[in-house]
Design a protein around this ligand. Sequence first.
Ligand code: SF4
Ligand code: SF4
Length: 472
Amino acid sequence: MYDRNSQFAAEFINDEEIRATLAYAEENKHNRELISEILERAKDCKGLSHREAAVLLECDLEDANREMTRLAKEIKQKLYGNRIVMFAPLYLSNYCVNSCVYCPYHRGNKHITRKKLTQEEIAREVIALQDMGHKRLALETGEDPVNNPLEYVLASIKTIYGIKHKNGAIRRVNVNIAATTVENYRKLKDAGIGTYILFQETYHKETYEKLHPAGPKHDYAYHTEAMDRAMEGGIDDVGIGVLFGLNMYRYDFVGLLMHAEHLEARLGVGPHTISVPRIRPADDIDPENFSNAVSDEIFAKIVTVLRIAVPYTGMILSTRESEETRKKVLELGISQISGGSRTSVGGYEKPEDTDENSAQFDVNDRRTLDEVVNWLLELGHIPSFCTACYREGRTGDRFMSLVKTGKIADCCQPNALMTLKEYLTDYASEDTRQKGEAVIARELDNVGSKKVRGIAAARLKEIANGKRDFRF
Ligand code: SF4
Ligand code: SF4
């Protein structure tokens, strides 16, 4: 039976409830009165239930869809302004004992080069990332208790935080590793991770089991209950997501929102982020096999309705998406993107090796970080390298209450400008620097508090004079 407070996957991601929700959405997709009511209520930024969101996703009334787009843009602007937080993935190892049929790292793939970075190699990757200007990483590794035990991940985090090259520093390491035990999550927390990220891939149990035919990841309940264990282990910022294109997108969309509702109900705080990856071509993987792939149009609709349904949850878009798609969905609700990404093990230090045959997925957006930053500035966004919250202890429910009262913007805006200033001073091309300086001059006026604005203006000058790492 459906129970959002339950600790059991079968109850909080209840198949019957998802099916009933999809039937309800189908029944009401032209119900103007209900749709207007839902949209009206969504304006207060308190979010929507999975049933309400499913109705919006299914709705094909043109005027209502236009209103949804407008509302998503409005919510994005109100809560996130035009700031976009930048990050990069760092692949440590592609050894993996799982058999996910959509991933080239699956254990049966014999023609991929298996590679695990040593601590010295990790240090070189981090220096390369710092020299690009990155401050925030998402650490990725396959599941392999022999080659990539937790101790390896913990040692790698220590290495990453310990590298200070020129003015560079990685200030936040988010971690995307396989589902594990409460004890291991506690160790990750103690190592100072930011967000723990784990994608569900699909919430449809039967499909999940088919897509993960062997290895520990085959266990649907253990995987689905991972975020509960992570939070029990003290990690209060967790990131969820599905790989759109693996299953019926409607089913996964509802599952994703039910997962968010469950975390809020049972553990007091919803997910920190939601990622929206789509299936991409890769070695030994034929995307044609995934007949459920979502179109660009549906993808944009998913982002739109998620923004309306979970306004306070950051939304992450990867380099798998093309420049054109990125441009479109940025204004609809995305708040974090990767830039200059390499999805191969060791790909930052030696880009020529990249995609030879050790990349996890083809990257669609191949621009450098500077090109992406330049492009964002041109589009009117503020690229932000901010990592302040977790370093100031603003995590979990403390973070959420600041977000929900709108107070977080007093931190985000000046932090975005100060970290952008660091980037422009240390790493940007001349053209990017000029565009960035103009954006900083303009956007400083949009810092709400006069006092904070004054402090930020003084700190911007100090950054120009060589000081680093200011934060609100
Ligand atoms: Fe391994 Fe992750 Fe790839 Fe699955 S998706 S094969 S767990 S690296
Ligand atoms: Fe994110 Fe906090 Fe920085 Fe805002 S102040 S951008 S919420 S880390």
